[in-house]
Design a protein around this ligand. Structure first.
Ligand SMILES: Nc1ncnc2c1ncn2[C@@H]1O[C@H](COP(=O)(O)OP(=O)(O)O)[C@@H](O)[C@H]1O
Ligand SMILES: [Mg+2]
Length: 392
């Protein structure tokens, strides 16, 4: 034995957790608390310190639509399993009646159709995405406030004992599963705190202008409101089974700006990867970005509205320009604004660029996810759609 005095740093993370942290920060804008919680739960799991006989983590995500709840779960799967679709997604609203619960757990032996039902939550389904390195599953229960009593009971069992009993009495083990639940409960109350007509970004900007920082008290108030709404709606036995309630904040103009850059990069990669498409490069001027942000800012639908603005104004135009051969492979296209028409303008600035030169111009720092890639295979022209990416 050698006696030493070394101060240890409990904040330091292992390589795997550090990679997860990095990957999530690249993909998700402005939800740092959520990322931090997931990384720390994962770190606890790798160290083998999580509670035995329970899921790896039970996380409840609250907050408005389009703030990155689903995207975050997909990004965790992407980082760890290399596939953003490796998430088993259960839309709680779809399992209201008892025969629909049978879709999840299968029906008892002897029931009509027993053999044909393949339960959506069997062990095989949970394990299907495991890799040699990572034997971890991700299950997302979306909109849990819409769950029927039957689904609710099933969920309570999973959260508490990490087991589920199927219709034919087989048991499914959830102890290597991260459970995510989302609810936009409290979202309207959160909206009400924000100033009418200003929204979070308006408030932020105004506040930043005078104080140079975003309002921490405001942010705390928003979180508290959402958590209180959840406590009112959900039973204590449910809340007690949750490891962490995480509130997704409404996105401000700063965040939307960063998401716009991310989305435009993804669109560029998609254009380049589409099998039947025309590889070309586009640039977007600052005024065109401003235009898209103006069109795409909506407190109620978060970044979803921004994605729709990109689709409407950029993707549709590109599709037409390609279909009418005005854009060809090897072109460089500038997207700008037309001050007179109040729309975007498209100007070809170069043509016949060699592929290797174009490839170098693409920002690949966040590579196209498997889900977006699969979408390319299905569509001829690049399309921005809300990726409902999990397999069912
Ligand atoms: N915080 C965010 N960071 C990056 N992209 C985001 C963020 N929030 C939303 N998005 C974009 O908007 C889309 C819709 O967001 P989503 O995660 O489905 O919202 P919800 O919170 O309703 O689950 C995502 O696929 C992503 O492209
Ligand atoms: Mg969602």
């Amino acid at each position: 034995m050698v006696r030493v005095t070394k101060t240890l740093n409990p904040g330091l993370k292992g390589n795997d957790a550090e990679k997860l942290n990095r990957d999530l920060h690249k993909r998700i804008v402005g939800q740092d608390e959520a990322i931090q919680q997931i990384v720390s739960i994962y770190q606890t799991f790798i160290a083998g310190m999580n509670s035995p006989g329970r899921p790896i983590g039970n996380l409840l995500f609250l907050g408005p639509t389009g703030t990155g709840k689903t995207r975050l779960v997909e990004s965790v799967a992407e980082s760890m399993l290399g596939d953003s679709r490796a998430v088993i997604k259960i839309d709680c609203a779809e399992f209201q009646h008892s025969h629909e619960i049978a879709k999840l757990i299968g029906s008892p032996p002897g029931y009509l159709g027993h053999r044909e039902t393949h339960p959506l939550l069997s062990q095989e389904v949970l394990n299907q995405y495991h890799t040699d390195r990572f034997k971890v599953s991700f299950v997302l229960f979306d909109e849990i406030e819409k769950a029927s009593d039957a689904l609710w009971n099933l969920l309570l069992g999973i959260l508490d004992k990490a087991t589920l009993t199927l219709g034919d009495n087989r048991r499914v083990d959830f102890s290597r599963t991260m459970i995510f639940m989302t609810s936009n409960l409290g979202a309207s109350e959160m909206g009400a705190i924000l100033r009418p007509n200003l929204g979070f970004s308006g408030f932020e900007n105004e506040h930043r202008a005078t104080t140079g920082r975003t309002d921490v008290a405001m942010s705390t108030k928003i979180s508290r409101t959402a958590v209180e709404a959840a406590r009112r709606k959900f039973s204590p036995e449910f809340i007690n089974r949750i490891d962490k309630v995480i509130v997704f904040k409404p996105l401000g103009s700063n965040e939307l700006d960063q998401i716009l850059t991310l989305e435009l990069n993804q669109l560029q990669q998609r254009i380049f990867n589409a099998p039947n498409s025309t590889p070309f490069i586009f640039n977007v001027s600052p005024s065109a970005k401003k235009f898209l942000l103006q069109e795409g800012t909506d407190l109620k639908y978060g970044a979803r509205h921004l994605k729709r603005a990109i689709e409407r104004n950029v993707v549709h135009a590109f599709s037409n320009l390609m279909a009418s051969s005005q854009i060809r492979a090897g072109d460089l296209v500038m997207v700008d604004t037309d001050p007179e028409l109040g729309t975007l303008s498209f100007v070809k600035e170069a043509e016949d660029m060699p592929t290797y030169a174009m490839v170098q111009m693409i920002d690949m720092s966040v590579p196209l996810s498997a889900a977006a890639m699969a979408m390319n295979q299905e569509t001829e022209t690049p399309r921005v759609v809300n990726a409902r990416s999990s397999r069912r």
